[in-house]
Write a new protein. Structure first.
Length: 359
């Protein structure tokens, strides 16, 4: 029986592998599989691509590394510096070591799935989901450019990241910290994190010009990040990240303490002082490293004998305190700078539910 146009051919070779071929517009593509089913599946993908675009995919000898390089180059102008750096890191740590040298036309869903499983077996919690998100975007470009017939990551089980419930201090621990850590030079930024719920990057980017002493508010519009050897003030991911946060008296007092402390540093540093206009700085006026804040907080918690929290944990503490007092979720969401209340609910559902039970 004569084959119809675009049907393709499939047969077993002498080396026991199965070979399938398809010709469209004078261009022939051949694929191979260890079984007839594998070869047929690859042939079917070629047929779908031909039916959809009128041409066969052609990745040539390009590898996964080649695709990632092309995708990162294309995406760079549209991404924030920190996001681009994160994408580069995800490719370098989680995709390239496992698949980088593989030819693009030999990538299959099962190979991708095995990479995700391997990352999970290593105990990496967020890495599998991050790798999937990045790889899926890169492979969409390969389909768009005609390098692949379809996106292999469309046919895998996406890894899911389930954030762990964040521990917060008990009332006793909060009191112990506020009364016991007052002498530490980082105390003002820790207290402001508890009082405002701001992200550490937002507090490190805060300028004195952003403080309204009369109204007792701070204006949040930037984040501060170290990318390579450069300090970069970045815009928030969403417009909701730009906000004015009202402070309780403890927050205003922390700012006044910091202003006095910084004036003393400036006088001691003399010509070595570097003016950035930032609220929270090193003793020389230069930007404050996030690791410095985190390590200092951990050591202070250990000294006081209370549950160690990260700076982000202080943000969670702030939200939990507000929700525990019965403040509406939309209000807390706006204060935290979340894109929408649904994000707040997803992170703090346990706190909201606890409030409902005690109401």
């Amino acid at each position: 029986m004569a084959r119809s146009r675009g049907e393709g051919t499939i047969f077993q070779r002498k080396d026991s592998r199965w070979q399938a071929s398809l010709q469209v517009n004078g261009v022939r593509r051949t694929v191979y599989g260890r079984t007839r089913q594998k070869a047929y599946q690859k042939l079917a993908r070629l047929q779908r691509q031909a039916a959809k675009s009128g041409a066969l995919p052609d990745s040539g000898t390009r590898t996964i590394n080649d695709l990632l390089d092309a995708w990162l180059e294309m995406a760079a102008p549209t991404l924030k510096p920190r996001t681009f750096a994160d994408y580069q890191q995800t490719c370098r740590l989680y995709i390239r070591p496992h698949l980088g040298r593989l030819r693009l036309d030999r990538l299959t869903p099962d190979r991708v799935q095995r990479v995700y499983t391997n990352l999970q077996h290593q105990g990496l919690k967020r890495a599998p989901a991050k790798a999937h998100a990045v790889f899926h975007r890169a492979l969409k470009l390969a389909v768009l450019w005609g390098w692949l017939a379809e996106n292999p990551t469309d046919r895998v089980i996406p890894p899911k990241y389930q954030p762990e419930r964040k521990e917060v201090w008990t009332p006793w621990e909060l009191h112990a910290f506020l009364s016991g850590a007052t002498g530490h030079w980082l105390y003002p930024i820790w207290v402001l994190a508890i009082a405002s719920g701001c992200r550490l990057g937002e507090l490190r980017a805060l300028r004195w010009d952003d403080v309204d002493w009369g109204k007792g508010t701070i204006y949040i519009s930037k984040g501060l990040q170290r990318i390579g050897s450069q300090w970069v003030r970045t815009d928030p991911k969403t417009k909701s990240g730009i906000r004015t946060v009202s402070l309780p008296s403890e927050g205003v007092t922390a700012l006044r303490t910091q202003k006095t402390q910084q004036a003393e540093w400036r006088a001691q540093a003399g010509d070595d002082w570097r003016e950035w206009g930032l609220v929270f700085t090193q003793w020389t006026g230069e930007p404050l490293h996030g690791a410095t804040v985190a390590h200092g907080l951990k050591r202070e918690c250990e000294r006081l004998g209370i549950t160690p929290l990260t700076p982000h944990g202080l943000r969670h503490l702030h939200a939990s305190l507000l929700l525990g007092e019965g403040l509406p979720v939309p209000v807390v969401s706006a204060r935290l700078g979340h894109a929408n209340p649904g994000i707040t609910m997803a992170v703090y559902a346990h706190e909201v539910n606890r409030g409902d039970k005690t109401a």
